[in-house]
Ligand binder design. Sequence first.
Ligand code: HEC
Ligand code: HEC
Length: 288
Amino acid sequence: MYLGDAAIGLKPGSVKKLRVVALRYKPAEIGWGWADRTNRVYGAEALPITQYGASVMPIASPSGAFDVKVILGDVPVEADGSAHFTVPARTPVYFQLLDDRGRAVQTMRSWTTLQPGEIQSCVGCHENKNTTPLVQGASGTTAALRAAPRALTPFYGHERGFSYIREIQPILDRHCVRCHQVGGLNPRFPLTAERVRSPFPEGSKQGRYSKRWWLRPYLTLTDYDPTVTPVPYRTSTRWLKWIGRLSDPPLQPPYQYGAVVSPLFDLLVAGHGGRVALSAEELEKLAA
Ligand code: HEC
Ligand code: HEC
């Protein structure tokens, strides 16, 4: 876990769990898409690609990846940085390394898949094929390999696509909405479960063809301004940082994206000036 370019800056012992996430590919465009650059399928005139790209993505991803993510579960990482586990066959999966708060310190942006009965090792795929990590101790093997492969521990319930509406909004409803709404203490930063038709201006082409609905907090937190087109490509706001769909191909150093570097998470862990007390489960869901 702590070897190779992707681990530079990763303190030994800081990774507590490895998370396996499966991808379900989105089979169809949502509303106006960019499959046909000239939009002839829709019988409409052409628009520059950037103006309607946002409607190809599922609601969960302004400037993010397109696929529905299913958290299959987590396995503990041993003190020596090793992990040994089973994953479902014929399923595209990727991995995240989690810290003691369930925050991903490193995320694999591509995916791999295994056939029934296939055994695969991480080492060698990311680094020079002729390198093997030095194994410490007399056993000549890693702590994880000495034990049987572990089953994944499910993420708070049955296998499901990670849904903002099901996982995150209820947390905001419970803890934030009473202040973050019109008439509350902070109406400027609305977090109410109000549905917004699309981020595009009423009557605009994009608004007409995009079939997306958004929840208000999503726009608040990602700082989407409905009046600005083309939709700017952004991967951070003052409160959040996420992996953009155009992130650089080379291996990225740890601690680049997500809750681990998002000020919002620190604000909530610190209790937001005594205003909120979130449970471990709620924080882990927000971190995910
Ligand atoms: C089939 C080849 C393959 C296998 C096997 C594989 N990976 Fe990856 N992994 C990649 C590729 C390609 C990337 C680089 C692109 C990216 O960031 O996704 C990557 C990137 C990563 C990253 C992000 C690093 C960075 O800097 O972007 C992590 C973390 C990671 N892999 C963890 C794992 C773990 C843990 C395993 C074993 C359980 C594993 N990978 C097995 C191909 C593989
Ligand atoms: C008791 C009222 C109250 C509750 C509950 C509350 N907030 Fe706030 N929040 C405020 C006020 C007031 C501010 C304005 C800045 C300040 O005084 O800290 C604020 C500011 C913020 C900010 C900074 C944005 C800005 O306005 O500049 C964020 C982000 C935030 N809150 C998120 C949340 C989240 C997420 C929750 C729920 C988990 C939450 N708040 C719950 C009252 C509240």
